[in-house]
Design a protein. Structure first.
Ligand SMILES: Cc1cc2nc3c(=O)[nH]c(=O)nc-3n(C[C@H](O)[C@H](O)[C@H](O)COP(=O)(O)OP(=O)(O)OC[C@H]3O[C@@H](n4cnc5c(N)ncnc54)[C@H](O)[C@@H]3O)c2cc1C
Length: 371
């Protein structure tokens, strides 16, 4: 029976981050179990499904999963419209139900086990490892990876990951509108600071549907967000007559976790705040942190040491990546515009200088001492 086994790693959540981490661990021959609260991974997941085209190649996604290749960005500002066209597709859209399913099936084909409709509501640590307590029983393992999306679960259970509050979380809602064989092939983004002071409306086309949504930092919401989205759709000539098939809502973290590991525990993806705080893009960071956490778990499983110090190999690896560098820059930019009082502005400029000085210092050190 799965339940009586002792696992090397338990992954909470079969989203893109969790399935990626599980795949890396399983393919090295370790016993990994994914616990997912939904019946099917990706079911009911609120997401625009926009992913960079490079990620499609990296994951070798089959064509059948790609809904639309995106050849242009159209940005609508109150002052005018900017159009960026590209010769090659730079983004694509997917349905999360098929994308998440593909990733989890790949992890399972590598040897990972999956239990669905299994909600983790607590974890207990003891000398031998950790126990995940779920509606389907208790599961024991040496390591636990929190890959459970935008929630405070990891923070409450282990003091790692994000602590969501109104001023560091977006509320995002979207409709899927019927638009058979849509001719649209651009990502359209609309900035309207009057109704949405810190966020934007979007239209992301799929093959037969349009994902039309809006997000706004919770602390800056002025009016009911659904009312704003309805108004946006009803005043757009192309959108207003389209049938609304589905309504979805979710949270997007706009805060980076300061602690990514503790004894026996790691946190990845949205649960660690790995999202661009300006545009809400999180899929590529979820996959990247999943990979790095997976590789780091393999290292620690081979060493048979699961304390925080040994697990720090994961954040160290992540801090060396371009993705981390960009996330930091996006957070600094977001900080500039959201708190433009003089004191914070001064602090933020100082942080940028310190950060750039550190990069130059590291570069010089490498040049002088090598390695
Ligand atoms: C409306 C909206 C639109 C978005 N659009 C885009 C976009 O176009 N492009 C982009 O890059 N990003 C987008 N994002 C962000 C993106 O969805 C996330 O960054 C991404 O899904 C993070 O992946 P993850 O694996 O970390 O978490 P998730 O995808 O959230 O997966 C977490 C999994 O854990 C499961 N789970 C949660 N709690 C438990 C529990 N207690 N026990 C067991 N299982 C549990 C969930 O069911 C889920 O399957 C959007 C987000 C929203 C809300």
């Amino acid at each position: 029976m799965l339940r009586q086994d002792r696992w090397d790693t338990i992954v909470i959540g079969a989203g893109p981050s969790g399935s990626t981490a599980a795949r890396f661990i399983a393919q090295c021959g370790f016993k990994v179990l994914i616990l997912e609260r939904e019946r099917f991974p990706g079911q009911g997941k609120a997401c625009g499904g926009g992913i960079p085209f490079g990620l499609i190649k990296q994951l070798s996604l089959p064509e059948s999963i790609i809904e639309k290749k995106i050849y242009s960005h159209i940005l609508h500002f109150p002052s005018g419209v900017k159009i960026y066209k590209y010769r090659r597709p730079i983004f694509a859209t997917v349905y999360r139900s098929s994308f998440d399913r593909f990733l989890v099936e790949r992890a399972v084909s590598m040897g990972a086990s999956l239990i669905t409709q299994c909600r983790v509501f607590n974890i207990i640590k003891n000398k031998e490892g950790t126990t995940a307590i779920t509606n389907r029983g208790r599961f024991f393992s040496k390591l636990i990876i929190f890959a459970n999306g935008a929630s405070n679960l990891a923070y409450r259970m282990s003091g790692v990951g994000i602590n969501l509050r109104k001023n560091n979380t977006y509320l995002a809602i979207a409709y899927e509108l019927d638009d058979k064989n849509t001719a649209l092939d651009a990502f359209e983004v609309f900035y309207n600071p009057h109704s949405i002071p810190w966020g934007y409306y979007w239209i992301f086309p799929k093959r037969d549907r349009l994902n039309v949504g809006v997000d706004c930092l919770c602390s800056k919401i002025k009016k009911n967000l659904r009312f704003c989205l309805d108004e946006f759709i009803n005043t757009d000539r192309y959108l207003r007559d389209k049938k609304r098939i589905r309504f979805i809502a979710g949270l997007i973290p706009a805060c980076l976790a300061t602690r990514l590991v503790s004894d026996n525990v790691l946190v990845i993806g949205d649960a660690a705040g790995m999202v661009n705080p300006i545009i809400g893009e999180g899929l590529k960071y979820a996959i990247r942190t999943g990979e790095l956490a997976g590789v780091s778990c393999v290292d620690t499983l081979m060493l048979k040491r699961f304390d925080r110090k040994t697990l720090l190999v994961y954040p160290r690896r992540f801090h060396r990546t371009g993705e981390f560098c960009w996330l930091k820059i996006w957070h600094l930019i977001a900080g500039f515009f959201s708190n433009l009082d003089k004191q914070t502005l001064f602090m933020q400029i100082s942080i940028v200088y310190i950060y750039i000085a550190r990069i130059i210092f590291k570069f010089m050190k490498k040049k002088i001492y090598g390695g």
